[in-house]
Design a protein around this ligand. Structure first.
Ligand SMILES: [Zn+2]
Length: 105
């Protein structure tokens, strides 16, 4: 569990879990493939999800992606669309409310 990351922005130690059905997402290479089951979310992404700020969520994912892969900024517009599509699939496949992830003592 220690290497758990936010499925939206890859931040370490996400504090929320969203029950979701497994689905296959065809996205930009290396961004996403198959989404297996639940999604983890950090506090910030959780807030964006709960406030239905889909644009903010996609933008945050993109920003974090570019921090990790600076060359991705050249394709930022395409990536933003891909991330929006992926998140849209998440919103379709999510099941039930977010559950807090208990932090091991
Ligand atoms: Zn996050």
């Amino acid at each position: 569990m220690s290497d758990l990351k936010c499925d939206f922005c890859s931040a370490p130690h996400p504090s929320w879990r969203y029950p979701a059905l497994t689905f296959v997402a065809y996205c930009a290479p290396d961004v996403a493939g198959e989404s297996v089951g639940d999604w983890a979310a950090c506090e910030i992404c959780h807030t964006l999800i709960e406030t239905n700020d889909h644009a903010g969520l996609a933008q945050r994912s993109l920003d974090e992606l570019i921090v990790k892969y600076p060359e991705a900024s050249q394709a930022s517009r395409v990536l933003l669309e891909s991330l929006s599509d992926l998140h849209q699939e998440f919103f379709v496949h999510r099941r039930g409310p977010a559950q807090p992830i208990s932090v091991p003592a």
